[in-house]
Design a binder for this molecule. Structure first.
Ligand code: HEC
Length: 219
């Protein structure tokens, strides 16, 4: 069976196309013969979904805005959820292509070794910054491994200095506003640079995510 036939037989297109039209106000049709775009397993074209080991790409023929829009939509959160929500009567479900799940992570360019030093100096007194560290940390404070299990960990670590409780004691040079003079930091204030925040991200990227099935002590 060809890939196009496989998709047609699965009913996926019938499921997806009306939803695409609904969300975007655009209509798409399945045609045989000349098309603006076709689903195929092709190297080089951006993958839009996978079924088992087969990765499908939407190959756009020529300059076609609507087809490009459809490709963007398929790769968007809503598109990916729509694909994942479709339950074929036969065969395995469709899911995101391997690459899409990786793309949701911020590009990380900092120096991980520096990040580890920054974490030890400024974060470790409250957070368990590495699974092997078992020293004193504040019990209610999430470990870096636990934070790593969250899908948006990179966003949280990009913005942590603006998230409570950090603004009360931590500044990023050139970014954070000064402390409110009427509310002095409750602990010796911490000042980090933008490079150090990027280094922290690179370090955290290497910290393994906690096994949330394990007992709470190791989180
Ligand atoms: C004085 C203690 C303390 C220090 C020092 C500290 N944190 Fe935190 N941090 C906390 C607490 C408490 C929370 C949990 C806040 C909550 O759950 O509302 C937290 C939460 C976080 C979160 C999750 C934020 C969210 O809202 O999802 C990140 C990310 C984080 N910290 C990163 C860091 C980094 C990086 C450092 C070092 C530069 C650091 N923290 C230093 C106490 C601290």
């Amino acid at each position: 069976m060809s890939l196009a036939d496989e998709i047609a037989a699965s009913g996926l297109a019938d499921y997806i196309l009306p939803r695409f039209a609904l969300k975007t106000g655009r209509r798409a049709n399945i045609v045989t013969g000349d098309a603006d775009a076709r689903l195929a397993s092709v190297e080089g074209a951006p993958p839009v979904m996978a079924r088992g080991d087969i990765v499908f790409a939407l190959v756009i023929e020529g300059e076609n805005d609507a087809a490009r829009r459809f490709a963007d939509w398929l790769r968007s959160d809503v598109g990916q959820k729509t694909i994942a929500a479709f339950a074929p009567t036969d065969g395995p479900a469709f899911g995101p292509p391997p690459e899409v799940s990786v793309r949701t992570v911020t590009k990380i360019e900092g120096d991980a070794a520096l990040g580890r030093e920054v974490a030890e100096a400024h974060c470790a007194r409250c957070h368990r910054i590495a699974p092997e560290m078992t020293g004193m940390t504040l019990g209610s404070t999430p470990s870096f491994s636990a934070l790593k299990t969250l899908q948006d960990w990179s966003e949280r670590f990009t913005a942590f200095y603006a998230l409570n409780p950090h603004p009360s004691f931590l500044l990023v040079k050139g970014i954070s506003p000064p402390f409110d003079p009427s509310r002095p930091p409750p602990i010796v204030p911490v000042e980090v640079t933008v490079d150090e925040v990027e280094a922290l991200l690179a370090y955290v990227a290497q910290v393994p995510a906690a096994d949330l099935g394990a007992d709470i002590e190791s989180r």
